[in-house]
Design a protein around this ligand. Structure first.
Ligand SMILES: Cc1cc2nc3c(=O)[nH]c(=O)nc-3n(C[C@H](O)[C@H](O)[C@H](O)COP(=O)(O)O)c2cc1C
Length: 144
């Protein structure tokens, strides 16, 4: 079954997470929504990930989900967010993912993220604030 990891980022945390997921799941395609348009028909399993600002997942992902909701309901789906405040995670999923997609999702998880305006510079650890163990657990759950 072909797997797509699709994501949107502003400061890079979601890129790191998408790449870590790809390491954990064999032969998966990773697409940054800002630079590429996926051919959904080619995939039967899709993980959608995004960073969060002011309680909202990035618009590119929101719009993608809205536009493709019917098609996504026919696929095995997982969702991850990159955010800094764990207390908000549940509400972010609640507000940003339509009910039908939430009900059908195999997994939904926050992988953590960078503190606002404190994304690591090039020579710093790009995984600062990211829960790598959650990414591995997510991948295992999604694969099973
Ligand atoms: C302007 C701004 C607003 C943010 N709003 C939230 C928020 O509402 N909730 C939260 O948990 N994190 C918030 N964050 C933290 C980001 O979600 C975090 O930095 C994440 O790593 C962003 O993902 P990205 O690096 O893939 O763009 C905010 C960050 C910025 C800069």
């Amino acid at each position: 079954m072909a797997l797509l990891v699709l994501y949107a980022t502003k400061t890079g945390a979601a890129t790191q997470c998408a790449n870590k997921l790809a390491e954990a799941v064999p032969s998966c395609t990773v697409i940054n929504l800002e630079t590429e348009k996926p051919d959904l028909a080619s995939f039967d399993r899709i993980i959608v990930g995004a960073g969060v600002r002011d309680g909202k997942i990035y618009k590119l992902t929101r719009d993608f989900i809205k536009k493709n909701q019917a098609e996504l309901l026919n696929k095995k789906m997982g969702y991850f967010i990159c955010n800094e405040k764990p207390k908000e995670t549940q509400e972010i999923f609640e507000r940003n993912i339509p009910d039908a997609l939430k009900a059908a999702a195999v997994c939904m998880e926050s992988f953590g993220g960078y503190k606002a305006y404190k994304a690591p510079s090039k020579d710093e650890d790009q995984l600062k604030g990211i829960f790598v163990d959650r990414i591995a657990e997510f991948a295992d759950k999604f694969k099973s």
